[in-house]
Design a protein around this ligand. Structure first.
Ligand SMILES: *[C@@H]1O[C@H](CO)[C@@H](O)[C@H](O)[C@H]1NC(C)=O
Ligand SMILES: [Cu+2]
Length: 230
């Protein structure tokens, strides 16, 4: 009986959570899971991160990936999700340029190096319910790599912040992964502001400690730096 109960509990847990093992660039998916995307520690458990100051908030990785994906500047990207992205909350994308002398396959992404290039705001659906772009899909929302992003190797980070429990401190859930990419055909933009992960997020940020029942959709404040759109 106890065994059955824990099995059911495990099934329910897995169903409610997700990982993003596969990057899609202009409609073409990486050939198999975790080949350019770094395998995350929750690859099996699917558990989100609840402490936004945790070291795991950067890439949540258990290992680096073997390959690097070529991504043209201006490309549309998204990720395949292992489960339905059923929780309310924003999808955000970040990039960090690999420093001189390092490579995307080995660099750890430390320092004030991350800029955000995409976020999402909630809207109101026809039943007057707050809803989020991409909610209930089996993939993350699309984003465009800004055309003026300089060429070179980067870590690309996707995150979905699940806010259904976020009225309590350290109960928002962060689902994320990082991919190793090489941007080509880019420009001479100066991406910023640059932030560190961990560092950019605090437990009490208004986009992390938030009761969605109590706010207007337009009043939501996505956490992290301003978006750089190139
Ligand atoms: C997202 O991008 C893919 C190409 O990668 C495209 O096929 C799809 O139509 C886009 N979806 C939306 C909603 O724009
Ligand atoms: Cu969940």
């Amino acid at each position: 009986m106890q065994f059955l109960a824990s099995l059911l509990l495990a099934a329910a847990t897995v169903q409610a959570h997700y990982t993003f093992p596969k990057l899609v660039v202009d409609g073409k998916a990486e050939e198999k899971d975790w080949s350019v995307t770094r395998m995350t520690k929750n690859a099996q458990s699917k558990q989100g991160i609840e402490n936004p100051s945790s070291a795991d908030i950067r890439c949540y990785q258990s290992q680096n990936a073997g390959s690097v994906a070529t991504v043209p500047a201006g490309a549309t990207i998204h990720y395949i999700s292992t489960q339905q992205v059923n929780h309310p909350g924003p999808t955000q994308y970040y990039l960090a340029k690999v420093p001189e002398g390092k490579t995307a396959t080995t660099w750890d992404g430390s320092g004030n190096v991350w800029f955000k290039f995409h976020t999402e705001m909630p809207t109101v659906d026809k039943n007057k319910q707050m809803t989020w772009p991409g909610q209930n899909e089996y993939k993350t929302t699309n984003a465009t790599i800004p055309k003026s992003t300089p060429d070179g190797e980067y870590l690309l980070r996707v995150e979905h912040i699940a806010l259904h429990m976020a009225m309590q401190p350290n109960k928002a859930q962060f689902y994320l992964s990082c991919s190793q990419i090489k941007i080509t055909g880019g420009g001479s933009g100066t991406p910023g502001p640059l932030v560190a992960l961990p560092g950019a997020y605090k437990t009490n940020d208004p986009g992390i400690l938030v009761n969605l029942q109590n706010i207007q959709p337009s009043a939501y404040i996505p956490p992290g730096p301003a978006v750089w759109s190139g």
